[in-house]
Design a binder for this molecule. Structure first.
Ligand code: NAD
Length: 256
């Protein structure tokens, strides 16, 4: 018997088996939750392979910039389950150009695209999840962020600004959704080797800095993030909302 028996979880953000979203999904599944996934077209092959032995799992295409696709995702989930308990937002994008060099050179197009995909998408998803979670008496929304939103991490640039918007979005959504018993939180994870992370310029330096300076002198794993997401999705976190919780070997506590 798991702590999430009978719970329904919708996961956005699996690109491959290294994805944080995949590690979270595995933890939720291990605790008894039933899962549905969305995928971006370019990663369809990967996720189909990951779910090859689970043909019953709902797998729905969704580019988060497409309102029609978002509508279809939540409609499908609503029809299948009649409600939703857990929503995982592990989606972000910034062009490669905007993750190198000087932040001041960020273009308007890149800025709009990154903020739309990485921050506004949480608003768009949570609004669609609200009636489904309300039907279940409440729910838990978990998003993914990074400490560069608060302090300068060279090259993180535009993605850091998007994460600042995402974290503020978490607080305002938590305020709006609280009356329906829906909690909204973000996990601020230390660096993990995923497709997205490898797009950040000189990312090696970020991993080295954690090992050298973090109180625990080690990098974290996607599994560690999964553990915290599992907690946030569970009843044990019933009075935690609007928060950014760190799983980063303590690195975020340092002044510089
Ligand atoms: P990842 O590359 O495995 O996942 C990123 C996901 O974003 C992919 O599944 C991709 O399909 C999705 N995505 C991008 N644009 C999209 C769009 N327009 N529509 C739908 N989906 C889209 O990388 P990850 O590191 O697992 O990233 C997951 C989350 O964790 C992101 O929010 C990321 O910023 C955050 N995060 C990552 C790290 C890290 O070091 N890896 C640290 C802290 C936070």
């Amino acid at each position: 018997m798991g702590s999430l028996d009978g719970k329904k979880a919708l996961i956005f953000g699996v690109a491959d088996h290294h994805s944080i979203a995949w590690a979270i999904a595995e933890k939720l599944r291990g605790a008894g939750a039933e899962l549905a996934f969305t995928y971006q077209d370019r990663f369809e092959k990967n996720i189909r392979k990951l779910l090859a032995d689970r043909p019953e799992t709902p797998l729905i295409p969704c580019d988060v910039q497409d309102d029609g696709q978002l509508d279809t995702v939540f409609k499908t989930v609503g029809e299948r389950w009649g409600g939703l308990d857990i929503l995982v937002h592990a989606v972000a994008f910034a062009s490669r150009d905007s993750l190198n060099g000087r932040y001041i050179d960020t273009t308007r197009t890149d800025f709009q695209q990154s903020l739309d995909i990485s921050a506004y998408s949480l608003v768009a998803m949570t609004r669609r999840a609200e009636p489904l979670m309300t039907a279940r008496g409440g729910g838990s929304v978990v998003a993914m962020t990074y400490q560069a939103s608060q302090r300068v991490v060279p090259n993180y640039n535009l993605m850091a600004v998007a994460k600042a918007a995402l974290e503020t979005t978490v607080r305002y959504l938590a305020y709006d959704m609280g009356t329906n018993g829906i909690r909204v939180n973000a996990i601020s994870a230390g660096p993990i080797r995923t497709i997205s992370a490898m797009g950040v310029g000189a990312v090696r330096n970020i991993f080295d800095a954690v090992e050298e300076k973090a109180p625990l002198h080690r990098n974290i794993s996607a599994d560690d993030v999964g553990d915290l997401a599992l907690f946030l999705a569970s009843d044990g976190a019933k009075n935690i909302t609007g928060q950014v919780l760190f799983v980063d070997a303590g690195h975020g506590t340092l002044a510089g």
